[in-house]
Design a protein around this ligand. Structure first.
Ligand code: ACO
Length: 440
């Protein structure tokens, strides 16, 4: 119930709640884009009530100045900058700086970041033994999570500002090397050392695709497409993996361990793992003769257990702005890298037809299900010849900067507390212990 003086929406600054004779006035918190939240910090102390919010769809876990999303209008901004403008004009390392530090870097700061990231890309040689210990068929996501977590065994865990800055640079620098090593390990090829004369994405592509017998020179179109994907994935406010990073970080676990937890959360098919599933779904449709309508019908049938991967989003109920940017980029990339023919073109054609059928289907319209960022990213990765088990790793490489920014914001917040949700217990009430001899 809204308080009397707050019944005029523009002035509403509190909400009154009455429960079993106890009254509480809950303050309303307003964000810079006028989004509103009821601050329930005193709710339990005053009324004994807690809130129950399955999947946290109505719960704000923090106040944050990093990313703004308006899911109804399809808006995504990093530190106030529109995602489309950043995608067009910026580059990944600059966006990483923006997310972490709050402002675009000056020319000197950008040069310093590029330089320090470039000079920290090598892994400790002992990492070879780490990779050697893992099975070849391991999915690169848990390999990356384990490798990032292992960084805390190589570097200091003190939380001085200097150590934190070093940790941030090491993460940004070593993540592409770790990702490429995870891939090389899985196909049994020798690891390629990073090269300091290459930019961030060209260096990664070379570590993925060169061998000691044959060098690889990244096509600038491919490197730019990858950079764009990293920008689009860089942050997305309090999603599953970011909330995981914050929750783990709230125990004051070291940065590397928190990022490893984020990678693990991202792996799931309902989150970052969806991009791999999208391409597998498109492959399935292609194998079954390209019958898109049949697949849409299956996705609508709840008993089938199938979903249209790459469709739907917890916050975007109109369109995902990242998907719009990628759809445009997808056709351009395919044209430029020669993927306009053959298997990739066939998958893109199926993706376009799938999107068209779904967007005109009553079920998808009424459920507000639109293509999300993962829908087109898989097709682009395929055109760039990134293997499908590496798609989610690409996502993690991009999201890394957002995780770092969110972790840092949380740790610097003066109101910082360990995250500790409550629950409504539904198990048995108190009962007496039954000795083994008396149990059925
Ligand atoms: N295909 C078919 N039906 C769907 C789909 C889909 N992709 N997504 C949601 N629905 C239906 C559900 O069955 C449900 O229907 P009902 O209300 O009739 O029972 C309704 O839409 C709401 O679905 P929820 O799962 O409750 O929505 P939620 O917000 O919890 O889930 C999610 C969002 C996980 C993204 C979901 O849409 C989904 O599973 N999509 C496919 C996986 C995917 O693409 N994930 C990537 C997300 S983007 C990212 O993480 C970067």
């Amino acid at each position: 119930m809204a308080s009397k003086e707050s019944s005029v929406t523009a002035l509403q600054d509190s909400v009154d709640l009455a429960f079993e004779g106890k009254n509480i006035r809950l303050p309303v918190v307003r964000g810079t884009e006028d989004e509103v939240a009821v601050d329930i910090a005193k709710l339990r102390d005053t009324t004994g009530l807690i809130t129950l919010d399955n999947g946290y769809g109505n719960t704000g876990s923090c106040q944050s100045a990093i990313t703004f999303i308006d899911g109804d209008k399809g808006i995504l901004r990093y530190r106030g900058y529109d995602i489309a403008e950043l995608a067009e004009k910026s580059n990944y390392l600059e966006v990483a700086w923006l997310l972490i530090h709050g402002e675009l870097p000056t020319a000197a700061q950008a040069a310093e970041l590029r330089n320090s990231v470039t000079r920290h890309t090598m892994l400790h040689e002992d990492f070879r033994r780490f990779f050697d210990a893992l099975p070849k068929q391991a999915h690169p996501m848990p390999v990356c999570a384990a490798a990032i977590s292992t960084l805390s065994t190589f570097y200091g865990e003190k939380e001085t500002e200097a150590e934190i800055q070093d940790g941030i640079v090491r993460l940004l620098a070593k993540m592409p090397t770790i990702a490429a090593c995870a891939y090389k390990h899985s196909i049994g090829q020798p690891f390629m050392y990073p090269r300091n004369d290459l930019d961030y994405c060209s260096n990664f592509l070379r570590m993925m695709f060169a061998t000691p017998c044959e060098d690889y020179v990244a096509d600038p179109v491919v490197a730019r497409a990858l950079d764009l994907l990293l920008i689009l994935h860089a942050d997305h406010e309090q999603n599953c993996s970011t909330s995981t990073v914050r929750l783990v970080g709230s125990s004051k676990a070291p940065l590397f361990a928190c990022i490893a937890a984020g990678i693990t959360a991202l792996w799931g098919p309902l989150h970052g793992g969806a991009n791999q599933q999208v391409i597998e779904m498109l492959d399935d449709i292609a194998r079954e003769g390209g019958n898109v309508e049949k697949f849409v019908a299956r996705a609508k049938d709840k008993t089938s257990g199938a979903r249209l991967m790459g469709f739907g989003h917890r916050v975007y109920k109109n369109y995902d702005p990242r998907a719009s940017i990628l759809k445009k980029s997808c056709t351009e990339v395919l044209r430029k890298v020669g993927g306009g023919k053959g298997e990739t073109a066939r998958l893109l054609d199926i993706a376009m037809r799938l999107e068209d059928v779904a967007l005109h289907d009553e079920y998808f319209i009424s459920h507000k299900l639109y293509p999300n960022v993962d829908f087109y990213s898989g097709v682009i990765y395929k055109a760039l010849e990134i293997p499908s088990n590496m798609f989610t790793v690409m996502f993690a490489m991009g999201r890394l900067s957002g995780w770092i920014a969110q972790w840092r914001e949380m740790r610097r917040d003066p109101t910082f507390r360990i995250g500790r949700p409550r629950q409504v217990y539904t198990g048995p009430a108190l009962r007496a212990y039954v000795p083994l001899s008396k149990r059925g």
